[in-house]
Design a protein around this ligand. Sequence first.
Ligand SMILES: [Zn+2]
Length: 179
Amino acid sequence: MNNELTCNQVIALLSFYVEDKLNSRLKEYVDDHLRHCTKCREIYMQSKKIAKHVLSLVNYDEETANTFYTKQYEDFKNNLSAYVDNELNENESIRIKKIAISNPLARKDLEDMYNFKKLLHNSFEKTRTEWKNDYSKIIINSLQQKYEYSKIDPFYKLLGAFTALITLLLIGFFATLYF
Ligand SMILES: [Zn+2]
């Protein structure tokens, strides 16, 4: 079997190679290729750097989690929703605020909670607006219907004509009085 890999094949295998997940034979092929292909070696160095960086981030997060997962943080978590809903008294509220300032886990939770609230609020507002629009439509429709009914009601036509006649008579009456 020809064990010469192409550049594309090596690049496809690179992430497994970096994580040391290839079987020994494939690993050897990649090793061979990297030894005499500067282009792939360059890419390999970059991936290794990125992988190391990502790993350090993961470790940092775990470290942060271990450091800040304290009794205080648990107290914070238990009171978070009450705090956001303004249900705590002043002293409790200040205590929770202080934890949020000093503890990055708490700060993150608070942010998430506010974002969640905002999301809920937005969707509620949206529903309310839609409902309002529907309600206006119902009113407009019923008004239109009313208007159309009155338009075809002969009683209103007669009433209108009668009022006009009376007005003309009155004008004529006053005109003969004053001129
Ligand atoms: Zn190559």
